[in-house]
Design a protein around this ligand. Structure first.
Ligand code: SF4
Ligand code: SF4
Length: 279
C-alpha cells in the first residue's frame, strides 16, 4: 500500500469515528461564541461552562496545530466530504457533470463566511435570536442526526440546509470555505510554523499546479505559508505532488512523517476534549 493511500485511509477512518462519536463539537464551539456575546450584552459575568471550554480548546488546538479539527474531526466537514464524494460518483455513473464554481469566483466567495459570522454576532448582540428561530441549518442537521424530523417551524432551516447540501455536491468543502462561521474564526488562527503546510517552490516542476488544482480551498502553498488559514489539512496536495516535497510545517521536519504526526495530534485532541469535558 502506498503512503498516500495509508494517509487517506487514516484520515477517512478518523473522520468516520468522530462523525459517529462526537458530531456536536462544531456546534458546541459556536455555542461558546454565542454564550460570550449574550453574556456581555446582558452585563453578566462570562463564567466557565462546557461550550466556552470547548471553544477555547478548539481555538487553542488550531493555533498550535492548524485546522486539524476541520480536516479530520468536524462532523459538518465530514458530511461535506461525503456529499461531494457521493455526487462525484453519481456524476461519473450518469456521465453528466454539475456546473462548476469558476476558480476565480471561489477565492472571492471565501469572504462570505466573514459576513455570516458578523451577521450571527449581530443577531446575538442585538437579542434578535427569537426572530430567527427555526432558521438554523445546524439545528436541522443536529435533529436529523439524532433521528428527529424537524417540524414545519424549521422551514427556513430546512431550506438553508438543503441549499448547503446542494452546494456540498457542487464544490468540495463548499460550506467550510464559504459559509462556516467557525471556519471564519479558525482561518485566522494557524500562525505557528508547524500549523501550516509548505513546499520548496524552486524544486517544483515548471508550470506544475497539481497541488493547487486539487486543493478543495483553491490554495497556493508558499514556502513560508503566511496565508495558510484556509488550509484544512486534508493532505490531498501531498497525494498529487509529483515531487513529494509538500510537508507539514515550514521546516520540513515532518516530511514523510505525516502519519505519526497525525496520530500524535489525534491523541492530544482526545486528551484535550476529555479534559475540557471534565472541567
Ligand atoms: S470549516 Fe466549519 S464546518 Fe468545515 S470543518 Fe471547519 S468547523 Fe467544520
Ligand atoms: S489540498 Fe493541501 S493546501 Fe489545500 S486544503 Fe488540503 S492540505 Fe491544505
Amino acid at each position: 500500500m502506498k503512503k498516500r493511500d495509508i494517509r487517506r485511509l487514516v484520515r477517512q477512518l478518523i473522520q468516520i469515528v468522530f462523525f459517529l462519536w462526537m458530531p456536536a463539537l462544531y456546534t458546541s464551539a459556536f455555542s461558546g461564541v454565542r454564550y460570550v456575546i449574550e453574556h456581555i450584552r446582558e452585563g453578566k459575568p462570562v463564567e466557565q461552562n462546557a461550550f466556552l471550554i470547548m471553544l477555547i480548546a478548539l481555538c487553542g488546538f488550531t493555533i498550535i496545530f492548524g485546522r486539524f479539527f476541520c480536516g479530520f474531526i468536524c462532523a459538518f466537514g465530514t458530511l461535506g466530504d461525503g456529499m461531494f464524494a457521493f455526487s462525484q460518483w453519481v456524476q461519473k455513473k450518469r456521465k453528466k457533470r454539475l456546473p462548476k464554481i469558476p476558480d476565480n469566483w471561489g477565492k472571492r466567495m471565501q469572504v462570505i463566511k466573514y459576513i455570516v459570522v458578523i451577521v450571527l454576532i449581530g443577531i446575538y448582540a442585538l437579542n434578535l435570536t427569537d426572530k430567527f428561530k427555526g432558521s438554523s441549518p445546524w439545528e436541522v442537521f443536529s435533529m436529523l442526526y439524532s433521528g428527529t424530523i424537524p417540524s414545519f417551524s424549521y422551514l427556513a432551516g430546512w431550506i438553508l440546509f438543503l441549499l448547503i447540501l446542494i452546494g456540498m455536491c457542487m464544490k468540495e468543502r463548499f460550506f467550510c470555505q464559504y459559509l462556516c462561521p467557525m471556519g471564519a474564526i479558525f482561518a485566522w488562527l494557524p500562525v505557528l510554523p508547524f500549523s501550516v503546510l509548505s513546499r520548496d517552490r524552486e524544486k517544483c516542476i515548471p508550470k506544475c499546479r497539481a497541488c493547487q488544482v486539487t486543493c478543495p480551498v483553491d490554495m497556493e502553498i508558499k514556502r513560508d505559508q503566511k496565508e495558510g488559514g484556509e488550509c484544512i489539512h486534508c493532505m490531498q496536495c501531498m497525494d498529487v505532488c509529483p515531487k513529494q516535497h509538500i510537508c507539514l510545517g515550514t521546516g520540513k521536519k515532518f516530511n514523510g512523517n505525516e502519519i505519526p504526526f497525525i496520530l500524535i495530534k489525534l491523541v492530544l485532541f482526545i486528551l484535550i476534549c476529555t479534559f475540557a469535558e471534565n472541567l
